[in-house]
Design a protein. Structure first.
Length: 399
């Protein structure tokens, strides 16, 4: 077990009707003028935005609005948000939506509170010293951004997708009502479940010391997600299943499932970021499309961890060899992905990159990772390209 610091300052209001606590939570933060930040029309059509506006009006809290956040949130909208907040004297950011909206709000918060181009943070040229406070009303169980220090933004020019991780951006509060997630299409629900699993697996499949309790928490979370994902494919309005998945999304990415470990690998996320930046695919689907190729490429460097995943999480009976058990576990995870409609390669994702595009993906990933990526097996540019080629069906998908 390694030393660790566990920091989770976000106040969570969870359950039916928790949106009604919005005024109370904003007043606790001393908010006087709010940026109401959201995505497309679903929050409006569902009546959620109208409900939020009525609460703000009743509490006497002024607000301005900025919609238009898309999956893989864009830097151009972040810039608009920064200008709007400065012009209007906004002192609190309220994100109504999923991880993309929350990440966009965090980036706006950085841009307002620091005297440099916000992209400098994502281009590794500057570190923020402050962030305008953020609160979230969560409508999608997926990214866990409502309790994490992460924010991923895509630069419009060149499709460069990069993340930041600074504790000062952790939301002050998160309102989480499982009923708000019931109207999600099955594909978005499945993408969210995949993202939650990946946030946990990235930490679980590590190459260092581990902690028994942390492992048990991670394993239980993954089993819970798999079980309830199946339920939601058949019963999208099942409140208990929605609640389990929504809470798992927060716990998977607030640091809990990485306590006492080396922090995990994160290569699959970095590899997917470049796919998402180039092809604008759903993050969860991009992750499942590349994960199996990554897993087969690296498993021999941390076989005990992959074996535990197979046996303890996926229910694989031990085979004649450790390697056989591991490979059966990887296949079982891919079977689960397919069972909820997620891709396990790029073709199933709906993209067939050219060799030149594969080279560009690897080049961008190498630059972002400073030419080495992951901890289970440290990947150089050639390794990244090999994994992309396998995920694209250009090479046999084996260790």
């Amino acid at each position: 077990m390694l030393n660790f610091t566990y920091y989770t300052p976000t106040k969570v209001a969870f359950g039916k009707g928790s949106v009604d606590r919005l005024g109370e939570l904003l007043k606790e933060q001393g908010a006087t003028k709010v940026l109401l930040h959201y995505g497309g029309g679903s929050a409006e059509r569902s009546g959620l935005l109208g409900r939020v506006r009525r609460i703000l009006d009743a509490e006497g809290i002024a607000y301005v609005e900025l919609g238009g956040v898309v999956p893989n949130p864009r830097l151009s909208l972040v810039y608009k948000g920064i200008e709007l907040c400065k012009a209007e004297g906004v002192d609190f950011l309220l994100a109504v939506g999923g991880g993309s909206v929350i990440d966009s709000a965090k980036a706006i918060g950085y841009g307002v509170a620091n005297d440099f181009d916000v992209w400098d943070i994502y281009d590794f040229k500057a570190k923020p010293t402050a962030c305008l406070p953020v609160g979230a009303i969560v409508t999608i169980a997926a990214a866990g951004s409502e309790m994490s220090n992460s924010a991923v933004i895509t630069k419009d020019e060149g499709g460069i997708k990069r993340g930041s991780n600074f504790d000062i951006s952790r939301p002050k509060f998160a309102i989480m009502d499982p009923e708000l997630t019931m109207t999600l299409p099955a594909y978005q629900t499945a993408c969210g479940c995949a993202d939650i699993l990946m946030h946990t697996m990235e930490r679980y499949l590590n190459h260092g010391d581990s902690m028994e309790l942390t492992d048990a928490l991670a394993e239980g979370l993954m089993r819970t997600v798999i079980r309830n994902a199946h339920i939601l494919m058949e019963q999208p309005d099942n409140y208990e299943a929605r609640a389990e998945i929504l809470w798992a999304s927060s716990l998977s990415h607030n640091g809990l499932t990485g306590c006492g470990t080396d922090g995990g690998d994160w290569a699959s996320h970095r590899l997917e970021h470049e796919i998402g930046g180039m092809f604008d695919v759903a993050h969860g689907a991009g992750l499942t499309a590349v994960w199996g190729s990554w897993a087969r490429y690296v498993y021999s460097y941390s076989p005990d961890r992959f074996e535990k995943l197979a046996v303890r999480v996926l229910g694989v009976e031990p085979r004649e060899s450790q390697e056989a058990t591991i490979l059966a576990g990887i296949e079982a995870m891919e079977d689960f992905y397919r069972s909820i409609g997620m891709p396990t390669n790029m073709h199933e994702l709906g993209i067939d990159p050219t060799p030149e595009q594969i080279g560009e993906l690897a080049e961008k990933c190498s630059i972002t990772a400073k030419d080495h990526l992951g901890t289970v097996r440290v990947l150089q540019k050639a390794d990244m390209e090999a994994i992309y080629r396998r995920a694209a069906g250009m090479e046999p998908n084996r260790q």
